[in-house]
Design a protein around this ligand. Sequence first.
Ligand SMILES: Cc1cc2nc3c(=O)[nH]c(=O)nc-3n(C[C@H](O)[C@H](O)[C@H](O)COP(=O)(O)OP(=O)(O)OC[C@H]3O[C@@H](n4cnc5c(N)ncnc54)[C@H](O)[C@@H]3O)c2cc1C
Length: 449
Amino acid sequence: MITAQPRHLRRRYDVVVVGGGPAGLEAAVAAQNAGAAQVLVVDREPEAGGILLQCIHTGFGLHRFGAELTGPEYAQRLVAQAQGVDIVADACVLDVDEQRRVKLMTTASGIATVDAGAVVLAMGARERTRAAARIPGTRPAGIFTAGLAQRLVNLYGLMPGRRAAILGSGDIGLIMARRLVLEGVEVAGVFELMPHANGLNRNIVQCLHDFAIPLYLSTTVVEIHGHERLEKVTVAPVDSTLQPQLAQAWEIPCDTLLLSIGLIPENELSGQLRLRIDPATRGPVVASTMECSRDGVFACGNVVHIHDLVDFVSAEAMLAGTCAGRFATAAPAPADNVRLLPGENVRYCVPHTISTEREQTVYLRTLRPLESCELRLVEAEGNVLYTKRLRYVFPAEMVTLKLRPAILQKFHGGTLRVELVPRAFPGQGDAAEPGFPLPAPDKRPGGEP
Ligand SMILES: Cc1cc2nc3c(=O)[nH]c(=O)nc-3n(C[C@H](O)[C@H](O)[C@H](O)COP(=O)(O)OP(=O)(O)OC[C@H]3O[C@@H](n4cnc5c(N)ncnc54)[C@H](O)[C@@H]3O)c2cc1C
């Protein structure tokens, strides 16, 4: 994919976007459409496109483009739309200060500083590593994050090993389990600490079930063995408090361990800017315009909260870009009058504030799988303002809620709690966590799950 590079950087841009993944590219085009004449996108990789460039499987763009695309195809469409936007690749943003001066280092011309009318943060996320999971044992070669293995296989044609185990059932791990099998690697299994899978249902079916790869729930890696190269891992089931049951541990001979244990929003620049951070998402707190706690600084995509579908990244980024473009061209900003708080069973909701005057989309995640539940908006006094029935919710699948002004017309501002409440049926008791169609078979040696 070719990214056109500008000959010279301007001293000032209406909008500077940090990160040229789908969020950054989409925000840049939206900012331009909103009236920002000069828009700059900076990405530290040699090409714009972000994580999409290494995702060569299909499954992207059904909502955004009405077509099932690969990651690079989706990225190519976004780059093609960004005509007139200056995209500087191979350039890292080192700092954004309170006056929105953006300091970047480019391979071509060293350190430069540009002034921005508005800044959009779209730096994506990074993977959790072995250090984050604190797995005991030796430190041999052969332990990769799943995304790194994906990059090696899909972009550089390098195989990580011959027999692999995968810790964590995040989407990247599931997709890599299938990818490795297709490349001739034996995959001993995916081991998940939690009692439920952490990836999308469709990935569990298409990547594990269809390839007969076992998924072991409530199981974790408790020791790594090997000196030069990984030789085996010890895995053990965990109890309801997530403590490993070492008496039931068993060994998996393998030369490769992939870690798919979560993504962390890449927020060093947000920290430098001293933006308010939500401890649940680990991304900036944002208003309904995607503006952060500092004027003129907007954020979108995985840097705000981890998305499972790029189509939602696009929608959120269009909003951030439009609002950044308007801010830069001095259009009056709409104000929010409602604070959203995560309540029962809700891990987080984004944005953190909304307005009763406009239509808005709220994204949220459940803390646990629930079948047949009610999404409720509850006032501080306990009055239920709005309810919506949901057939089921999983932690791995983001819930989206379109809020129209009519829903909020009786509410005049203040705090609203967002809750996911299990619906009980006669004779069924608590409707939470009954028989789900998934997860996959849990086959431990000895037959006892
Ligand atoms: C393995 C995998 C499989 C997926 N599969 C699907 C799928 O099938 N369907 C689907 O819809 N979605 C899928 N997704 C989700 C989707 O790809 C992501 O949600 C989306 O790419 C996130 O976009 P982003 O722009 O926020 O972040 P990214 O794509 O990560 O882009 C962030 C960019 O910012 C740059 N950057 C960061 N810091 C700086 C800095 N300081 N200076 C300059 N540049 C910087 C990075 O280099 C990067 O290019 C998948 C994701 C992964 C990881």
